[in-house]
Write a protein that binds this ligand. Structure first.
Ligand code: AMP
Length: 193
C-alpha cells in the first residue's frame, strides 16, 4: 500500500516524500480512508505507530477540500492531548505535513505564560492543539471559542482519563458543535466506553 493509494492529495504527498515516509503504517492504512469519508473513528494505537499522521493527514485534506475563497480564519480543527510534550509533537507534525497547504495552527498548554499563545490565537488560526486545562482557561477568558470546530481529535484518551482530565474533557466536549467529525485515539480500549 502507498500513500497515493490512500488518495492523499499532492501537497501532502510532497510533504511525506520530504519526510522520507515510504508507506503508510497500519493505523494510517486503517484510519485515513474512513476519516476522508467523513466518518467518526476510534483508533486503538500506541505512540510510535504513526497515529498523529493517521489523523493529521486526512484532516488537512478535508480542510483543504472544504476551503472557501476569502473565508475568515476560524478554528476548524481541535486536537486535545494530555501533555505539553505530546501537544508540541502534534503541532510540529501539523507544520511539516501541512507545509504546502497554507493553514495556520497554534498550540496551547499550561505551565507557561499565556501571552504568546494568545497572540498566536488572536492572529487567526485554522487548527488548535491544546491540553485541557489551558484550553478551558482560555475559553473562560473568552479568548478561544469552539463554535466553528468541524474536526475534533481526542489523542491518548486513556492517558487523559488516567491523568484525571475527565471533567475538563466533558466541559470542552459540551462546547463543541453537535455536527462535527470526532476521532478518538487510545492505546487501550478498556477504559473508554
Ligand atoms: P506517532 O505515533 O505519531 O508519534 O509517530 C511516531 C514516529 O513515526 C514519528 O517520528 C513520525 O514522524 C514517524 N512516522 C509516522 N508515520 C510514518 C510512516 N508512514 N513511515 C515512517 N515514519 C512514520
Amino acid at each position: 500500500m502507498t500513500f497515493t493509494e490512500l488518495k492523499l492529495i499532492k501537497p501532502l504527498l510532497t510533504a511525506l516524500d520530504k519526510k522520507g515516509y515510504k508507506e503508510p503504517s497500519p493505523i494510517q492504512q486503517q484510519s485515513i480512508p474512513h476519516i476522508l469519508l467523513g466518518k467518526d473513528i476510534f483508533g486503538c494505537a500506541q505512540t510510535g505507530t504513526g497515529k498523529t499522521a493517521a489523523f493529521a493527514l486526512p484532516i488537512l485534506q478535508l480542510m483543504d477540500a472544504n476551503k472557501k475563497p476569502n473565508q475568515r480564519r476560524e478554528i476548524k480543527a481541535l486536537i486535545l492531548a494530555p501533555t505539553r510534550e505530546l501537544a508540541t509533537q502534534i503541532s510540529d507534525n501539523f507544520k511539516e505535513y501541512g507545509e504546502n497547504l497554507g493553514f495556520k495552527h497554534a498550540v496551547v498548554f499550561g505551565g507557561v505564560s499565556q501571552f504568546h499563545q494568545v497572540v498566536a490565537i488572536k492572529s487567526g488560526i485554522d487548527i488548535l492543539i491544546a491540553t485541557p486545562g489551558r484550553l478551558l482557561d482560555l475559553m473562560q477568558q473568552g479568548i478561544i471559542k469552539l463554535g466553528s470546530i468541524e474536526y475534533f481529535v481526542l489523542d491518548e484518551a486513556d492517558r487523559m482519563l488516567d491523568m484525571g482530565f475527565i471533567n475538563d474533557m466533558k466541559k470542552v466536549i459540551a462546547k463543541l458543535p453537535v455536527k462535527r467529525q470526532t476521532m478518538f485515539f487510545s492505546a487501550t480500549a478498556a477504559q473508554i466506553s
